[in-house]
Design a protein. Structure first.
Length: 52
């Protein structure tokens, strides 16, 4: 899957390509458990869209 974003002012662009196989493990009820990659991606998205 590939996602691309461009800010309305055109000053920032970002494209992320990701394998659809997730890295999260499941608990006994089948709920995905948090993984450090999830937090890292959130930080990447925030910095790419808004800067520091």
């Amino acid at each position: 899957m590939t996602w691309s974003w461009t800010r309305a002012d055109g000053k920032r662009q970002m494209t992320v390509a990701m394998n659809l196989v997730r890295w999260n493990t499941l608990d006994a009820t089948g709920t995905p458990q948090p993984h450090p990659i999830d937090d890292a991606l959130s930080v990447l998205y925030q910095q790419a869209r808004c800067g520091n």
